[in-house]
Design a protein. Structure first.
Length: 453
């Protein structure tokens, strides 16, 4: 049995682009002009390990039933009736429009589970629109860029949470009352020992290994259980510098590894103890941070390292120095050959996953914010003071915060780093990516005529 998702929204918000992304090929015609899609189109979609039927629909418009737009709307309403769930899409750069509000009511009245998808969220252009979209009453928006393949892992998480029973049935996952496996990707440079480490972890020669670099080509998933926790662990192809990736097959292997990172919840960046923290290691860690995944640094081949006092501490110092954006990142010394440190690695993965999922109570967050800003107020810019009003945490995975203030674009980067570092220290958020956005409060008097006396 399969389940069905209908992608709905007003014209030109990117429904067909997402449809093509989900089905993995260009089935739906895409153009900048609104109204290109008229009929509803079905395809077999996939997000990570979840498969489903996906329906692309015409843009919803207010119109009479007998008009072309009215008949297109009827096709969309039929798709909603057929669907088990709805992806309600808006343009994050524009924000919710009156049309969006009207059709949000249509979607809600269907009684179907809804994911609010804020498309065109690449960069920071769509952040204000996403915040405004909470007013649609469809829950937390999922920021994506269907065109640039960004945010698909967050869409996956929302889908899994939305339809746990159907997803469990489709993917042979445990029942909804059981813990779902933590998705872990093991990444690193070629020949860092990724496959050997995973074989040692699961206790069998499941993955091909050898002295040659580049044996692994596809991202291979294996199941593992440890102390009552379940994991799906992905072995990936080694990531070399882009300038050294030449052959088409290797390019596909690298793309597969990057895809595994995007769909992982925790990423283990595996370093070779003989040359740890090379430039490529730092680039890989930076990629994981940009994707917003929980991260653990594992230094492999520890059995070859001469044991000296303070060796681990020295590596941790290197991690904090080289990966300043991931201060306090968990670091574990392991040996894929002997099994040394693997229990510590598994516990570090669980700990990183819990930090990545952490939500801070609003009252505690604003007490911290008030104290922190009072202790070190933001500097005046061009002789004008900056006022920081309050902070919220709209989402976790990774922990993400929004500060409402005056003149958001004038707040210095150094002050943002001060807030981030204080957040990490106060609320025990070591190593995880943290997102901090600044937003200006709406002026309630904006646009009003001055009162005459």
């Amino acid at each position: 049995m399969t389940f069905t998702i209908a992608i709905v929204g007003r014209p030109n918000v990117g429904k067909s682009t997402l449809f093509n992304r989900l089905v993995g090929r260009r089935l739906a015609l895409v153009d900048d002009r609104p109204g290109v899609t008229r009929d509803r189109r079905e395809g077999q979609g996939r997000l990570g390990d979840i498969e489903f039927t996906v329906i692309d629909t015409a843009g919803l418009e207010q119109s009479t039933p007998e008009s072309l737009s009215g008949r297109m709307r009827a096709q969309t309403e039929t798709a909603i009736d057929q669907a088990d769930a709805i992806f309600f899409m808006i343009d994050a750069r524009v924000g919710p429009t009156p049309t969006d509000y009207g059709f949000a009511d249509v979607a809600r009245k269907s009684g179907k589970p809804i994911v609010l998808v804020a498309n065109k969220s690449e960069g920071t252009a769509g952040e204000a629109g996403r915040l405004e979209s909470y007013a649609l009453g469809l829950g937390e928006p999922v920021p994506i860029s269907a065109e640039h393949d960004e945010g698909m892992s967050d869409l996956y998480d929302s889908l899994r949470a939305l339809l746990p029973e159907q997803v469990a049935e489709e993917t042979a996952e445990p029942a909804p009352d059981q813990e779902h496996p933590i998705r872990v990707a093991v990444v690193g440079r070629p020949n860092a020992g990724k496959s050997t480490l995973i074989n040692q972890l699961i206790g069998e020669e499941r993955l091909l290994t050898g002295p040659e670099a580049g044996i692994t080509r596809d991202a291979i998933a294996v199941e593992h259980a440890w102390h009552g926790h379940k994991f799906r662990i992905y072995d990936t192809a080694g990531l070399r510098r882009r300038s050294r990736v030449d052959e088409k097959l290797e390019k596909l292997s690298v793309a597969d590894a990057l895809n595994a990172v995007r769909f992982a919840e925790v990423v283990v960046v595996l370093l070779d103890v003989k040359n740890a923290f090379e430039e490529q290691d730092q680039r890989i860690a930076d990629l994981v941070e940009q994707e917003g995944r929980a991260i653990v640094i594992a230094v492999n081949k520890w059995d070859l390292k001469e044991k000296t006092a303070g060796a681990i501490g020295k590596l941790r110092g290197q991690a904090d120095e080289k990966l300043t954006q991931l201060k306090g990142v968990p670091l574990v010394a392991v040996s894929g050959l002997t099994g040394e440190g693997l229990d510590r690695l598994m516990q570090a993965i669980i700990d990183a996953y819990q930090v990545w999922n952490k939500r801070i109570p609003t009252s505690a967050l604003n007490r911290w914010f008030e104290h922190t800003v009072r202790a070190h107020p933001p500097p005046a810019v061009s002789g004008r003071s900056l006022r920081l009003n309050y902070i919220t945490q709209p989402k976790s995975r990774p922990p993400s915060f929004v500060v409402f203030c005056t003149r958001a674009d004038a707040v210095p980067d150094a002050y943002k780093r001060y807030l981030l570092n204080s957040l990490r220290e106060t609320f025990d958020l070591p190593g995880t990516p943290i997102r901090l956005a600044l937003r200006e409060k709406d002026n309630p008097y904006k646009g009003r005529a001055k009162r005459k006396h």
